[in-house]
Design a protein around this ligand. Structure first.
Ligand SMILES: [Zn+2]
Length: 158
């Protein structure tokens, strides 16, 4: 449904998120971009891993319209997700890109590795030329998964 977004006042595809305690108007009908902006902040506040790693939203993006302008000029489309390139880095223009849901899967620790990849990860790590973060980005899995592979907590039979 296309309608005026209650946050940025632009006519866009919107979702109604029902009653939101953070909204003075009660009902929140936001476009997906405003929602992405809101979600960025709530992830930094709610998700324990974000808080522990002190991941934050860069100063520039504290302003929603700056974020929206960036998103629109960087290939955002409905259905794409904001992905941090360096998982331990902040939300900033340098560290973010838009990906389809399946590229983003490493954030959920659900990506599966194949046997050959496990062998390769261990070889690369043993070479001492690459970091765990580099491997996580390369294989699109979490650093926790890389740690498990290296320590043989997972794939112990390989
Ligand atoms: Zn909006």
């Amino acid at each position: 449904m296309r309608k005026k977004c209650t946050s940025c006042a632009v006519n866009r595809e919107i979702n109604c998120f029902g009653v939101d305690s953070g909204s003075p108007d009660g009902c929140v009908c936001q476009c997906k971009l405003c929602r992405a902006h809101y979600a960025m902040f709530s992830r930094c506040q709610d998700k324990s891993t974000h808080v522990i790693k002190r991941i934050k939203v860069c100063v520039e993006w504290q302003d929603r319209m700056t974020f929206i302008r960036w998103a629109e000029s960087h290939g955002w489309q409905p259905g794409l997700h904001l992905d941090r390139i360096d998982n331990s880095g902040d939300y900033s223009p340098e560290n973010c890109r838009f990906v389809t849901c399946c590229d983003n899967i490493r954030n959920g620790d659900r990506a599966k590795l194949a046997r050959e990849q496990v062998i390769l990860i261990r070889l690369l790590f043993a070479s001492k030329h690459v970091s765990r973060t580099y491997l996580a980005n390369l294989f699109k899995v979490s650093i926790a998964q890389i740690n498990n592979v290296i320590s043989k907590r997972s794939w112990s039979n390989v």
